[in-house]
Design a protein around this ligand. Structure first.
Ligand code: FE
Ligand code: ZN
Length: 490
């Protein structure tokens, strides 16, 4: 046995001796751990004169963890490479008047029509004003969908507006293929139309419809090292339906304390966690919410969540955006959860409190996170879109290149001169939450992920026949984009 006199002296200074077998265990521990044992022994009512192996048993669980940490995890080997490319916090100033709306929609038109014009078919798109002069039979325009209705004969009639005017566009019911495409069209989005103009230029019969969409065959960015990203959302801490046991298991797993060898290896690669909003259940979010709250103070809700998140290994960076249950402005884009309510989160340098939506680069991979309130609008406006297939609903949003296209739907939007919800650059990963079901889909190279929830079905969801998918979380490998869904059960 070799002696570490320094270690023995530390205990002797406090009038504590060490049993030789206990010494064998102690010499493998971190300094901080030794200090903790000395401090606890000093405070112990039955202060031990000799530290025995039996006495160390009460620290055993911790000792095992420390020992396994001796070997660095894969994620620990790499420094984080995190860049918040766009965060609206402290940048979003709404004029909140008519002028604000004009600026807002002009910006949306300007940027989305530029994307549409990149297509061969729309390069020469003209204006509604010119079509209305009635000199051309061929019509190509780009505009807002002001209105969409179905005529008695089953034709779909759109009212399209661009900065020069308004014109009705008809999709004939016997054009089955186009009628099918037209089902995807929602109010206020910007589309391209190619068709035939009526003789007086007062109407267009559509032949083709174009969404801004994502280009095919674009090289996606990958990390060069084998790190991964955990996506979670909708924890709803404070709710009586918050699944504490499952969430605790998640925390244990991310500390490599539980799981099969393969699952632990997965945890070892986690470098980033993005939380897509609804961290807590909030207070006064819906009528009679207090009946379903176990923690009725919003400060306490955040404090309790902090207790969990502070147990996440230090080498993992955490990005947090708000959702509609969090303590910030309801209108979107939303600034970060305010420091007043989540003070401790702001004191931790590896936690990044940002707005909703947030565009970040993680080891070179572009991740766009949006809470997902507009998914409600997709479900109620596009036939066939349902709550149990969230990635399909997300596909429509990326096709429209807008996170919340409908104005005056479920999403309160704040008008500003810049449209922060527009998707200029398609991300490599698009992450949302809000509808409490898990879904992953690859759409033209963009990985669409909805990250589910840690809340069991609420009475409100039961009424709407919404079946959440709690305790399951997606993990994406940043070098291969391979997705895995981990399931935590109590
Ligand atoms: Fe939620
Ligand atoms: Zn939500």
């Amino acid at each position: 046995m070799e002696f570490d006199f320094e270690l023995i002296n530390k205990f002797l200074e406090n009038n504590i001796n060490i049993h030789p077998e206990a010494f064998e265990k102690l010499k493998n521990l971190d300094e901080s751990e030794i200090e903790r044992i000395i401090n606890e022994a000093k405070l112990d009512k039955e202060k031990p004169l000799v530290i025995t192996p039996e006495y160390l048993k009460k620290f055993e669980k911790r000792i095992v963890v420390v020992k396994s940490r001796r070997k660095k995890t894969i994620a620990e080997e790499y420094e984080a490479e995190i860049r918040i490319k766009r965060d609206i916090t402290k940048k979003s100033y709404s004029k909140g008047n008519i002028e604000g709306f004009v600026d807002y929609f002009n910006d949306r038109y300007e940027r989305l029509s530029r994307i549409l014009r990149e297509r061969e078919a729309l390069k020469e798109a003209s204006t509604i004003e010119i079509i209305k002069k009635g000199r051309f039979s061929e019509a190509k325009i780009i505009g807002f969908v002001n209105e969409k209705r179905t005529s008695k004969k089953g034709n779909i009639i759109l009212e399209i507006e661009d900065p020069t005017g308004v014109i009705p566009v008809v999709i004939m019911s016997d054009d089955r293929e186009l009628s099918e495409v037209a089902k995807e069209i929602v109010k206020d989005e910007i589309i391209g139309i190619s068709g035939v103009a009526g003789r007086n230029g007062d109407i267009i019969i559509a032949k083709e419809i174009f969404f801004p969409d994502v280009k095919l065959n674009v090289e996606r960015h990958r990390s060069e090292v084998p790190l991964s990203l955990v996506l979670i959302s909708d924890i709803h801490l404070g709710s009586s339906k918050f699944m504490a046991n499952e969430f605790e298991k998640f925390i244990k797993w991310i500390n490599c304390e539980i799981g099969t060898p393969r699952q632990r290896e997965l945890a070892e690669r986690v470098k980033y966690i993005v939380i897509g909003g609804d961290l807590v259940d909030g207070v006064g979010i819906y009528p009679n919410q207090e009946n379903e709250l176990v923690v009725k103070d919003i400060h306490k809700q955040y404090d309790l969540l902090w207790d969990y998140l502070s147990q996440i290994p230090e080498h993992i960076e955490i990005i947090i955006i708000p959702g509609n249950h969090d303590a910030t402005r309801q209108a979107e884009p939303q600034p970060a959860i305010s420091e007043e309510f989540a003070e401790k989160f702001y004191q931790d340098p590896r936690i990044h409190m940002v707005g909703n939506p947030c565009y970040a680069s993680l080891h070179g991979v572009n991740v766009l996170t949006y809470h997902g309130r507009s998914l409600d609008d997709m479900v109620s406006n596009i036939p066939g879109v349902t709550y149990d297939k969230p990635a399909e609903a997300m596909e429509y949003l990326i096709k429209k290149r807008h996170l919340a296209p409908i104005y005056g739907g479920k999403v309160p939007l704040t008008p500003e001169s810049y449209d922060y919800l527009l998707i200029d650059e398609p991300p490599d990963i698009l992450h949302m939450g809000h509808i409490h079901t898990v879904g992953i889909k690859n759409y033209r190279g963009v990985v669409l992920v909805n990250s589910g929830t840690f809340q069991e079905q609420t009475s409100f969801q039961k009424k709407l026949n919404m079946r959440p998918d709690p305790g399951r979380i997606p993990i994406i490998q940043l070098d291969t984009f391979k997705p895995t869904i981990m399931r935590f059960v109590s």
